[in-house]
Design a binder for this molecule. Structure first.
Ligand code: LRH
Ligand code: MN
Length: 430
């Protein structure tokens, strides 16, 4: 039985004050959907089964290369991070798993960590390796790359780190390794573009060979940063080529912020789904670059269109369709717990809206080139306020109808600020 960090009485009092409004809102939405031949209970069941993983690195205040402004009660280590993840899941009831990052989350006793997570009703999703920064005492620097470095010993060190991540993941129950490398170049001519990719394949083949039978390997592409002329795995094409060369357990992970502005991400999703190579997502939002802003905060319609492709694939029984859903955000100016709860709800909202699309009608409009009605079929779903469904799902799962209001009523942040020493200013994403 998971121990709740926020007193149940606080959550119950919070919900009690909102129950009557929720009942009438839910009944009203139910009538509206019934007129569209949609059973609200079926949608609610779908949403209740939906979950998105929390990035362990997201519960601390994030920053940029210019500065990081830590808030009160910053998590000191992975156990503090798990406690904060426990609060997010207790109130928002949509984030049953946590994605760890090594070495940021290194700890002395992985079974103790696994128990601490279970005590919060949490388990572990994909584990992330890190060969984009040097650790103290590291033999070979990743300044000029890691898995694609021209020096074989540096590549071997990077491969070894990924094997260590797999071993840790096995101890905590993860079933996937996410590999993002910042390898690339800042000047034309600095790197041989084909040989660098060949070195990437040589290194990832050694990691792939060490994958347990029931594991997957997620390759994450990114257009730029930290390299600003070329990135070895720069786009979904490079990722797809690599995943295809490696084998069935290798798939392509789509971080929404890793594309040039105006790239049609839902089309990339449709292509990877068709090829059986969609690993899953790092959800966030952005206006310019890899801004890692809260999911749905800038372009919620794009997030809905991504879920429209995912629900369409699921409802047309695309084989081995098992995308992993994770948030990957940096909370520079908000309370990370509030941002993660509202972001999980934003992702859940787009999933719920995508379940409302009348796909039979849409297909007929598409086949008859009734362009306007086809567009309207999506808009109708997107413009449906599914808030009562999300609130009801949270309530039924023992969470809070309005997680942020309940969180603030709990004064959790003030309480942890008393026991966690204030962290000084710094810079960088964590
Ligand atoms: C790279 C990235 C990657 C993580 C890192 C924290 O930009 O999206 O997924 O390893 O952020
Ligand atoms: Mn990412």
């Amino acid at each position: 039985m998971s121990t709740s960090t926020i007193a149940k009485s606080v959550v119950d009092a919070h919900n009690e004050a909102r129950l009557r409004d929720l009942r009438s809102d839910y009944a009203h939405l139910g009538e509206q959907l019934a007129r569209r031949h949609i059973d609200i209970e079926a949608v609610r069941a779908g949403v209740a089964a939906f979950g998105v993983a929390i990035p362990s690195w997201g519960v601390g205040t994030g920053g940029t290369r210019f500065a990081r402004f830590p808030g009160p009660g910053e998590p000191r280590h992975v156990f503090d991070k798990l406690q904060d993840c426990g609060v997010i899941h207790q109130l928002a009831r949509a984030t049953p798993t946590v994605s760890l990052h090594i070495p940021w989350d290194k700890c002395g006793d992985w079974s103790e960590l696994r128990q601490a997570a279970a005590a919060q009703g949490l388990s572990f999703d994909a584990i992330n390796s890190n060969t984009f920064s040097d650790q103290k005492g590291q033999a070979h620097s990743y300044k000029f790359g890691s898995l694609t470095h021209t020096d074989a010993a540096t590549r071997a060190q990077a491969v070894e780190h990924n094997l260590e991540c797999i071993a840790i993941g096995q101890k905590i129950g993860s079933k996937a390794l996410t590999v993002w490398v910042g390898d690339g170049s800042n000047f034309p001519g600095q790197q041989h573009l084909r040989r660098a990719f060949e070195r990437y394949l040589e290194s990832t083949r050694r990691i792939y060979a060490a994958l347990p039978a029931d594991w997957r390997m997620f390759l994450e592409h990114k257009i730029c940063e930290p390299a600003f002329y070329s990135t070895v795995i720069q786009d979904w094409g490079s990722s797809f080529l690599a995943a295809s060369a490696l084998g069935a357990k290798a798939q392509c992970l789509v971080d929404l912020g890793h594309h040039a502005p105006s790239v049609n991400i839902e089309l990339i999703v449709a292509r990877l789904v068709a090829a059986g190579k969609l690993a899953g997502f790092h959800f966030n939002d952005s206006k310019y670059g890899d801004d890692d802003l809260d999911s749905g905060s800038i372009n919620p319609f794009q997030l809905f269109l991504v879920f429209n492709e995912l629900v369409d694939a699921a409802q047309s029984n695309v084989p081995d369709f098992q995308p992993a859903y994770m948030l990957d955000q940096s909370h520079n100016v908000t309370d990370p717990i509030e941002s993660l709860m509202t972001s999980a709800a934003a992702v859940q909202r787009c999933y719920a809206q995508a379940l409302l699309v009348d796909r039979k009608a849409l297909t007929a409009y598409q086949d008859s080139n009734d362009v306007l009605m086809a567009s309207q079929a999506l808009k109708q779903a997107y413009q449906t306020d599914v808030t009562p469904i999300l609130q009801r799902v949270r309530l039924e799962a023992g969470g809070a109808i309005d997680p942020v209001a309940a969180y603030r009523a709990s004064a959790y942040r003030d309480r942890v600020a008393e026991i966690r020493p204030a962290a000084g200013p710094s810079s960088g994403i964590v």
